[in-house]
Design a protein around this ligand. Sequence first.
Ligand code: SF4
Ligand code: SF4
Length: 234
Amino acid sequence: MTPPSVGRSGHSDHGGFPGRGLAKGLAVTLRTMTRRTVTAQYPDVQPDLPPRSRGVIALLEENCTVCMLCARECPDWCIYIDSHKETLPAVEPNARARTRNVLDRFAIDFSLCMYCGICIEVCPFDALFWSPEFEYAETDIHELTHERDRLREWMWTVPAPPALDASSEEPKEIAAARKSADKLVAAQAAAGRTDSSDVAPQAGTPLQADAATPAATATPADPATQPSGEEPAS
Ligand code: SF4
Ligand code: SF4
């Protein structure tokens, strides 16, 4: 019985011709040589990043109510928030004064951040966003703590959200804003009619203004559009 042939590497060359492995290797080399290069030419050419890339965290300060949820939930404790309370005078004679939180400091230490995105997920007021911007390396580690102004600047690099599905329900914020805008337009139109009724009508012109029209009465703003973060003074 003839023993199986053994190659130079010591492995048996079962069911093949001698030098089969060498031919396979050369074939891979040839195939790779004829392919287009995939080397990223960064920084000469910017990478085409997916829109949901986690580059840096941006802060929309106007939406932040200093609820501290993000700082509490951050597993690395790398969000620093300072604030103080401000008392707002009562808007009506018998109403109570109100207090609100005022942001003094909001900073994220990106040398500690692990880009988990928990802070963005838990923020109930949409004040934090991912930006795909990643070119913020520093030679001094202290510079990686971005204060509120720098975090606000990143907002300009946050990509627009993808369009809604055509059959989806209108977001409640947009529906509330549209409702308020419609009420305002109706109130302005009614006020315009009331003003014109003060002028003596021309002969043959029918009176159209009606001060008792519901749209002419002042309508309170929709609660959904009220600024958040205010609470009754204790
Ligand atoms: S991404 Fe994660 S680690 Fe970074 S600040 Fe937010 S919660 Fe903290
Ligand atoms: S969770 Fe949002 S609203 Fe609350 S402190 Fe953080 S960024 Fe501000």
